[in-house]
Design a protein around this ligand. Structure first.
Ligand SMILES: C[S@@+](CC[C@H](N)C(=O)[O-])C[C@H]1O[C@@H](n2cnc3c(N)ncnc32)[C@H](O)[C@@H]1O
Length: 215
């Protein structure tokens, strides 16, 4: 079983206040540019200059990485502290717009986008019910026929899925599909490292391209 992140970090919290506290007190171990597989999937399914909504963008590292690759980016997070820091790190003139936003809140937030992306956000949802709520929010923000690119912790078998003592919520492919199928069709599904740092973020992650159904 790979390491499950940093023990002190509430990777399964659904509370904006707790995430805000995390960003104020910890250097987040997951904050790094995504590995090449995400760029490959994007190039194949949603080449630039597509407009991407980076949901739960944290410190904006993926948002800036996308903008550097000629995407137009809207990036949101429900932690005001994360968004303040993301804005501070973003060069003037970069094609990134930041919003403080709880994507599962009501009424439906923002407009809808051709591409929505979550890196490490659905996997903060500890139960099927919360994963469904998050998937429904992604469906509201994704245009009909639009795409959702998901990157999140992957349990490669049932036994892995049982080891849930800390870190992100490890879902099997079956569990993942059960959360998203009311709204999305899976177009591409790959397993690769979550991040680039050996022994820290190189645990198994699911890279999934999903298409929003019309109805
Ligand atoms: C593990 S971090 C990943 C951050 C970033 N995507 C990255 O790859 O570095 C999860 C992020 O999701 C945000 N988040 C969780 N639930 C959210 C919600 N309902 N609305 C907006 N942001 C949320 C948290 O504040 C946190 O920044």
């Amino acid at each position: 079983m790979p390491p499950h992140g940093e023990a002190t970090v509430p990777l399964r919290s659904l509370s904006a206040a707790e995430w805000d506290h995390t960003y104020g007190s910890t250097n987040p171990g997951w904050d790094e540019e995504p590995p090449p597989v995400l760029g490959e999937l994007l190039a194949e399914h949603a080449p630039p200059p597509a407009h991407v909504l980076d949901v739960g963008c944290g410190l904006g590292t993926t948002a800036r990485w996308l903008a550097e690759r000629s995407y137009t980016v809207t990036a949101c997070d429900f932690s005001p502290r994360a968004i303040t820091e993301a804005r501070r790190r973003t060069p003037a003139g970069a094609a990134v717009r930041y919003e403080v936003l709880d994507v599962t809140g009501q009424p439906p937030p923002l407009e809808s986008f051709p591409v929505v992306l979550d890196r490490g956000v659905l996997h903060t949802c500890p139960t099927h019910r919360e994963r469904r709520t998050f998937a429904a929010a992604m469906a509201r923000m994704c245009r009909p026929d639009g795409l959702w690119l998901h990157v999140g912790a992957a349990a490669l078998d049932e036994e892995d899925a049982l080891h849930q003592s800390n870190g992100p919520s490890w879902t099997t492919e079956e569990t993942f599909r059960a959360a998203v199928t009311p709204w999305f069709t899976v177009l591409d599904h790959r397993i690769s490292d979550f991040g680039r740092r050996r022994g820290v973020t190189d645990w198994a992650a699911r890279y999934v391209v999903l298409q929003r159904r019309e109805h």
